[in-house]
Ligand binder design. Structure first.
Ligand code: HEM
Length: 311
């Protein structure tokens, strides 16, 4: 019940409804990697002259105002202790009320989480649907599995247990994240000089990019057909001996994605609902896909999908 209240808090905001919020997140998505590949844009003078700083500040402050509004409203209401099913945000705000967390830390973390969760999940759902439209045999197999778990069409309720039964859909999702990783590169800065296992020395203060996109197509790891769409890459037997860093759509180690389990479940829920009830097709060819690197990956041309209701 509380979750629904939190959801309506968001849906009733003007800048959510008029698309401004998404526009600001989209701007940040473009500006962040731009500031990394062109670090001079982050220089005070050049940033001001080029308009980069103005755009960055505008997008950040509008996105933050949206979050601040929700936090302030919630802080002004009762603590979560009186609620039967407090949402995570209510529990966190109790820590602010008790002085265990600072207001600014919570603002920063919420801002990160919303930014990290919004585009990644939606582009992934979009990419799976586009690939399935291009590969009808794979889509048929996904549908057979879904029809077995949900025998009747329509708006069946899905439980976590149902999602766990969708083994082939999981393979399709993993394969999509391999070929079109929502986050195509990771950006790091060395805080001290480091020496790699091959002897290569990297000085302190260097910006590094870890290229997830090309790691996922490395033929040493994925074989000569690394560029092909093949959900069987994620059969247990094929995963067993693979290099642990050959697949990292959610990053690895200490900075691994905080929402990775939630996102796998929510993407599968969305896909199950759509694919159980609709058949997708397209004349767009897989080999014509072109990718645009950004904080989240973009398709240069979005395949047009034909959608037919299943009976
Ligand atoms: C398909 C969906 C998603 C993908 C592919 C994805 C991928 C990633 C990747 C690669 C990182 C590491 C970024 C870096 O270190 O530079 C990351 C970080 C993060 N993700 Fe996700 N993510 C997804 C969905 C979500 C969702 C739904 C949430 C929250 C509900 C979320 C929350 C976060 C947070 C908070 C971080 C930062 C963790 C930290 O810095 O310690 N992500 N994600």
């Amino acid at each position: 019940m509380v979750l629904q209240n939190s959801r309506s808090d968001v849906k009733n905001k003007a800048n959510y409804n008029n698309g401004n919020l998404m526009k600001n997140y989209k701007s940040l998505n473009e500006l962040i990697p731009l500031g990394v590949v062109m670090p001079w844009l982050r220089n005070k003078f050049i940033g001001k002259l080029s308009g980069f700083e103005r755009r960055r500040l505008e997008a950040t402050s509008q996105a933050n105002a949206f979050i601040k509004d929700i936090i302030d409203k919630k802080l002004g209401s009762r603590s979560s202790e009186t609620s039967l099913e407090p949402a995570l945000i209510d529990r966190i705000l109790d820590l602010v009320r008790n002085g265990d967390l600072s207001y600014d830390d919570v603002m920063g973390e919420f801002s990160n989480i919303i930014f990290a969760a919004s585009d990644t999940t939606s582009v992934t759902v979009n990419n799976v649907l586009s690939l399935l439209a291009m590969f009808p045999k794979v889509q048929d197999k996904v549908f057979e599995e879904l029809a077995e778990v949900f025998p009747s069409v329509g708006g069946s309720e899905l439980s976590h247990g149902d999602v766990e039964k969708l083994v082939y859909l999981d393979q399709v999702l993993q394969e999509t994240l391999r070929l079109i990783p929502a986050v195509p590169l990771l950006i790091r800065q060395t805080s001290q000089e480091i020496r790699l296992s091959n002897g290569f020395q990297i000085p302190e203060g260097v910006t590094l990019m870890i290229d997830i996109f090309h790691t996922h197509q490395n033929t040493d790891v994925w074989g000569p057909k690394a560029g092909e769409f093949n959900p069987d890459n994620f059969l247990a037997v094929n995963k067993r001996n693979r290099h642990p860093y050959g697949y990292l759509p959610f990053s690895k180690g200490k900075k691994t994605c905080l929402g990775y389990k939630l996102s796998l479940i929510s993407v599968k829920l969305a896909l199950a609902k759509i694919l159980r009830n609709y058949k997708l097709s397209t004349s767009f060819l897989y080999q014509d896909l072109e990718f645009v690197d950004n904080t989240t990956i973009k398709l240069a041309k979005q395949p047009k999908l034909k959608i037919e209701r299943r009976t």
